[in-house]
Write a protein that binds this ligand. Structure first.
Ligand code: GRF
Length: 206
């Protein structure tokens, strides 16, 4: 049975697109059952609709968390996938999907993460600091921003001529390759959390 994914996204949705493309190509055994977000007209919601996937905009308001939770209960995902989702997940929803909710961050956590560290700001901070490598982190979602257990990390070199935009583009390319690959590990049931560590089991056919 394909892994049921709910994707939460506030932005352009290129990571969502990479997931949809991997599913279409047969390299990811999953189905996106919901795309939801807090930004009306977000590219991600548009991409979902174009792919025939249910897309829901949840407007700002006191009932935001309850509405998100209700959508997740209704669509019953195996895994909740944050892809450029610029909102903290409520503690109730974190508890409900503990170790079944992942995020992708465009740097090597715990460096260059936390509140306010999103989008181009991350790459600006990396260049300002003078770091020689950056990268991509996929991690479990917990009650704090960019804090849960690391599932996978890939490094990306910072080049002498980089500006925030060129660095962001190269990091994004890695994100698009890594996220579907990690989601396939979940589809194969190979991801296990042991305290602060995530262990990826060998493939059964190896
Ligand atoms: C990505 O860089 C992702 O790592 C971060 O937000 C950005 C989303 O980009 N969490 P997109 O909307 O998937 O194009």
């Amino acid at each position: 049975m394909p892994l049921r994914l709910a994707v939460l996204a506030s932005g352009g949705g290129t990571n969502l697109q990479a997931v949809l493309d991997a599913i279409a190509a047969g390299s990811l055994d999953a189905r996106v059952v919901l795309v939801a977000g807090n930004k009306e007209g977000a590219g991600a919601l548009e991409r979902a609709r174009r792919a025939g996937v249910r897309a829901e905009w949840i407007p700002k308001g006191e009932d935001y968390d309850a509405r998100l939770q209700a959508l997740l209960e209704e669509t019953a995902p195996d895994l909740v996938v944050l892809a450029g989702y610029l909102k903290l997940i409520s503690p109730e929803t974190v508890r409900r999907f503990r170790h079944r909710m992942v995020n992708i961050h465009p740097a090597l956590l715990p460096a260059f993460g936390g509140q306010g560290m999103y989008g181009i700001h991350v790459h600006e901070a990396v260049l300002e600091y003078g770091a020689k490598v950056t990268g991509v982190t996929v991690h479990m979602v917990d009650e704090e921003f960019d804090h849960g257990q690391v599932v996978a990390q890939v490094t990306v070199p910072v080049l002498a001529g980089d500006d925030p935009k060129t660095l962001q583009e190269r990091v994004l390319e890695v994100e698009h390759e890594l996220y579907p690959r990690v989601l396939q590990w979940f589809a194969e049931g190979r991801v296990r959390v042991e305290g602060r560590r995530v262990v990826i089991a060998e493939r059964a056919d190896n």
